[in-house]
Write a protein that binds this ligand. Structure first.
Ligand SMILES: Cc1cc2nc3c(=O)[nH]c(=O)nc-3n(C[C@H](O)[C@H](O)[C@H](O)COP(=O)(O)OP(=O)(O)OC[C@H]3O[C@@H](n4cnc5c(N)ncnc54)[C@H](O)[C@@H]3O)c2cc1C
Length: 458
């Protein structure tokens, strides 16, 4: 009963699209999915803004874990590009990676996402405007499902899968081992075995992934973390860009240090949210496709990439320490007006209340300069002034900065061109592999491995 052909660990996009493709290609395969979080309909963050205002450190974070993974309540922006979102193309080639992302887009648009808009940077005039102001707009097409439609797509995929695949929710996989021909997975519900094992545990499973790699002697490397803030401003300030492109990934090289600063995860008319990864509260954002649920603000992250060289190896530890500092000072997320930051003073509730931008997240007014290293802070300020040239109003005193936003990169696991480890039949996909950092790349990696396993089973 506890024996399967394939076990997938993690029901995020990587795991879901992998299961879906495997069932399409070979419904006779006996497949199980283990997920430490809840089924989709039971995922509910207790923060209601009234009784519970900040993170209460649930056993599993409903935002990060459960069916749909970290992507379930995301803005559902599927970026179809090799320019960012992961390095899947380094393993499988650019053409294949694009084909798979387009295939995932077809699945989404035939499971509730039909009618949603595909934006593209091709031929946009903003490329030139950005270049004229020292900014570089990256190429991409983006399908914006929105948090609401993303939920519908996930619900539809689950409805198709639930009778074909065994789902074990609220069941964390604690340990993986191999006897050379099969894999044993230990959980609180017992030990399960399989011939092929796909691990797709995302960012929330990053610590666990490290232990698996250590125990099974799988090589890893890690040297990057992105640190910054989430910017929130009136939607009209960015509307020219967001109306045409929805999300623009813009990169700036700072004059002082020649560091790269970039915009990330843009949410027109969206809301800023807190997220909890392994007990550390950081900031993120999302937005809805449904106009009734939209706000008057747009938010996006501004991130500075930090690469470390020997002897320092723990780039995520560095990011966590900065996030912990903000949690210590603010009890969670800190919010500061740009004008207060420039004037060298903390924001207070009174100053925020008097400002023109109404915050969409209840965060503690404070001073981000006490949290972020000067070099990072200087880069963020430079970029805000650079963005002000293409979207006047960005550098307004009332623009809100929430901190900190940290983009942790899972350590990169040593994999071959099949996304297989040195252990035959053990695949590591999605964000947990360090190869992908986005919905589309994670999903594409799931489809890729599913096809290989289904073909081998024929
Ligand atoms: C608020 C938010 C907004 C985002 N918005 C976007 C966006 O608009 N566009 C975009 O491209 N990306 C976005 N992202 C990132 C995107 O969600 C991830 O890149 C994507 O979900 C990665 O998919 P994954 O399957 O690799 O991992 P995940 O989605 O993280 O799923 C991994 C799953 O594995 C489970 N798990 C972990 N460890 C174990 C274990 N030991 N046993 C069992 N289960 C385990 C977790 O509970 C989780 O459900 C956003 C992320 C967040 C948090």
């Amino acid at each position: 009963m506890n024996q399967y052909d394939v076990i997938i660990v993690g029901a995020g996009p990587g795991g879901i699209y992998s299961a879906w493709e495997m069932m399409r290609l070979d419904p006779s395969l006996k497949v199980a999915v283990f997920e430490k979080g809840h089924p989709l309909e039971r995922r509910k963050c207790p923060i209601d803004g009234e009784k519970i205002k900040s993170c209460v450190n649930c056993k599993t974070c409903a935002i990060m874990s459960g069916f749909g993974g970290a992507g379930a309540f995301s803005d559902g922006k599927y970026n179809l590009t090799n320019d960012f979102g992961g390095t899947l193309y380094e393993y499988i080639g650019k053409k294949k990676a694009m084909e798979l992302m387009e295939y995932v887009d077809q699945i989404n648009t035939s499971h509730g996402g039909q009618g949603t808009k595909l934006y593209t940077t091709a031929n946009t005039r903003f490329k030139k405007i950005c270049l004229q102001n020292g900014l570089h707009l990256l190429d991409a097409s983006v399908r914006h499902l929105g948090t609401d439609i993303n939920y519908v797509v996930l619900k539809n995929l689950f409805a198709e899968l639930e009778n074909k695949v065994d789902f074990y929710f609220d069941t964390e996989v604690e340990h993986v081992s191999t006897d050379g021909s099969s894999y044993s997975l230990q959980t609180a519900a017992g030990t399960f075995t399989c011939r092929d094992c796909i691990i797709s545990v995302g960012r929330s499973g990053s610590k666990w992934m490290e232990t698996v790699c250590r125990d099974m002697d799988i090589a890893t490397k890690s040297n990057r973390v992105d640190i910054g803030v989430r910017v929130e401003l009136p939607a009209v300030v960015f509307s020219e860009l967001t109306d045409e492109l929805y999300e623009s990934k813009i990169v700036y090289r700072t004059q002082n240090y020649e560091d790269l600063v970039r915009t990330f995860c843009m949410n027109p008319k969206g809301a800023v949210v807190a997220e909890n990864t392994n007990g550390i509260v950081t900031v993120n954002g999302h937005s809805y496709e449904n106009p009734d649920l939209q706000t008057n603000n747009t938010n996006f992250a501004l991130l500075v990439a930090k690469h470390f060289t020997a002897p320092f190896k723990d780039s995520n530890g560095y990011g966590e320490s900065i996030a912990r500092l903000s949690n210590m000072l603010g009890g969670g997320i800190i919010v500061q007006r740009f004008g207060d930051l420039i004037r060298g003073r903390r924001s207070t509730q009174k100053r925020i209340d008097e400002g023109l931008v109404v915050p969409t997240l209840a965060a503690s007014p404070g001073d981000l300069s006490l949290v972020l290293p000067k070099r990072i802070m200087d880069g963020l300020i430079e970029m805000i002034y650079a963005l002000d040239k293409i979207a006047p109003g960005t550098a307004s005193s009332d623009t809100l900065l929430y901190g900190v936003e940290v983009k942790f990169y899972n350590m990169e696991v040593s994999l071959d061109e099949n996304l297989e480890t040195a252990h035959k039949g053990l695949y590591i996909i999605g964000d947990g592999s360090g190869v992908t950092h986005s919905l589309s790349h994670a999903s594409a990696s799931g489809v890729y491995v599913a096809r290989r396993i289904a073909a081998a089973a024929q």
